[in-house]
Write a protein that binds this ligand. Structure first.
Ligand code: ADP
Ligand code: MG
Length: 450
């Protein structure tokens, strides 16, 4: 099976990564849910474990091997006499041709989907996008570093991969190294442990473009920061392009050395703003285009995308996840994607991204709507003109907030939970016949939920 699995893996991780990291693996054991591979060094094993173990396990399982765990052990035998690839950091520097060395750049795998083509540009990200494009042209270095920052799921990693793809297409000879700050640290620590620090330095100082994702990770990690600082300076001195991302502006990263902060601020600092409605809609539309081929004949009715773009405002990953789930679900049950289906199948996501509605807000809006005093909402009056709106507010509190009946009772002037339950039931009963009430409820829900 391993032979077949290899073919699949090449497709998953790319030829370069495959040749560098997976080719040298020797399957030594495959039993009881454990696949064990021999690796030349522990550094190598850990790196493969971190970056490719999941791919390897998945492919083994696809091939029917039922593997739960993948392990790597350092080979006790001396390296095979054939020019067996070893860990790049350990490889003696018998300088191969430059292009050949490019083949061995041990960065993190790039996601083939993260290109400029698939990146939707809108107001919140246009500056970041323009800056990334400029760097990706690979012209003379104009700003160094390019520092991209923004909240989770706003497209930082996507843009960085897009830069790497574009540079590699335009200038295949360029040595572009993309990795996360965590991987940087990891490699550094490994190099220290294996006394390969000179190789480490040489590797990182010999790239043309260095891209470090989520740099906030090295905050508080002293020796890694130190090494990062020196790497950074060495590359800037050689006029090599650096691209960095973080979840916040350089000045706001806690426990990051001041000298690093000031270096990071030297180039161009741009932020990705939270998405707006138009951008979210644009991203959804693009996704639907992609799905058209995959789910042939699956219809999505008008208004669903608008609904999602309105309601899921947190992060793009969640938005995409919602759409993916919707398509998968609809195709499974063979139904058109309607608003109802969306509400049903995405209830958890929608709930999580709803803003927190308070019982007080509900009471206020309902009181306003029926033209009664807010104090009467919680007061004791029993006349219908007041009692009915109060019950409506109880009903909405139950429906629109996660509060329990006793909690709601407390906010209605310390009423008992059975009183609340009675109020909620009353409204439910009336809804069956009272169309005016239904209209009112719909209107109130809209007012409350925006
Ligand atoms: P970050 O690194 O900022 O946390 P990612 O780059 O990983 O975010 O983006 C999260 C997901 O959202 C990815 O699947 C990415 O393709 C998608 N995404 C984010 N912004 C956009 C955009 N403007 N256009 C298309 N896809 C986007
Ligand atoms: Mg990211």
């Amino acid at each position: 099976t391993w032979g077949l699995v290899r073919e699949e893996l090449i497709k998953r991780v790319g030829r370069t990564n495959y040749a560098t990291w997976i080719e040298p693996l020797k399957l030594s054991h495959l039993r009881n849910g454990v696949a064990r591979f021999e690796v030349p060094t522990s550094f190598f094993g850990d790196w493969v474990n971190r970056n490719f173990a999941d791919h390897i396990r998945a492919q083994l399982n696809t091939a029917g091997a039922q593997v739960e765990r993948v392990e790597f052990t350092v080979s006790s035998r001396p390296a095979a006499p054939v020019a067996a690839p070893t860990a790049p950091a350990a490889a003696p520097k018998a300088k191969p041709a430059r292009t050949a060395e490019t083949e061995d750049m041990p960065g993190a795998p790039l996601d083939a989907r993260f290109t400029f083509d698939s990146f939707v540009v809108g107001k919140p990200n246009e500056l970041a996008h323009a800056a990334a494009r400029r760097v990706a042209e690979g012209g003379p270095v104009t700003f160094n570093p390019l520092f991209l920052y923004g909240g989770v799921g706003l497209g930082k990693t996507h843009l960085m991969h897009a830069i790497a793809h574009e540079l590699q297409t335009r200038q295949p000879h360029l040595r572009v190294l993309y990795l996360s700050a965590e991987q940087f640290m990891y490699r550094f620590v490994q190099a220290l442990r294996e006394r390969q620090i000179m190789d480490f330095k040489e590797l990182f100082r010999s790239v043309d473009v260095l891209m470090v994702d989520d740099v906030q990770f090295i905050a508080g990690k002293d020796s890694t920061q130190e090494e990062f600082f020196h790497t950074f300076n060495a590359l800037v001195d050689q006029n090599k392009q650096i691209v960095i991302s973080a979840d916040r502006a350089p000045g706001e990263i806690k426990d990051l050395e001041d000298r690093i902060k000031s270096r990071l601020q030297c180039g161009l600092v741009v932020d990705l703003h939270p998405t707006d409605y138009e951008l979210r809609l644009g991203i959804l539309q693009q996704k639907v285009e992609q799905y058209r081929n995959q789910y042939k004949g699956l219809a999505i009715s008008g208004g669903v995308l608008e609904f999602l773009a309105h309601r899921i405002t947190t992060n793009v990953r969640v938005l995409e996840g919602a759409l993916t789930r919707l398509f998968a679900f609809a195709s499974l049950v063979g139904r058109e994607i309607t608003l109802e289906l969306a509400q049903d199948c995405l209830a958890d996501i929608l709930r999580a991204s709803d803003r927190k509605l308070t019982i007080e807000e509900i009471q206020r809006k309902v009181a306003e709507h029926y033209n009664i005093r807010l104090s009467d909402m919680i007061g004791p009056k029993r006349v219908r003109t007041i009692a009915r709106p109060r019950q409506i507010a109880m009903y909405l509190a139950k429906q629109l907030t996660p509060r329990s009946l006793p909690e709601i009772g407390r906010r209605f002037g310390g009423r008992d939970h059975t009183t609340i339950m009675h109020g909620v039931r009353k409204i439910e009963e009336l809804m069956a016949t009272d169309s005016q009430l239904n209209d009112d409820l719909q209107m109130l829900r809209r007012l409350l939920q925006g």
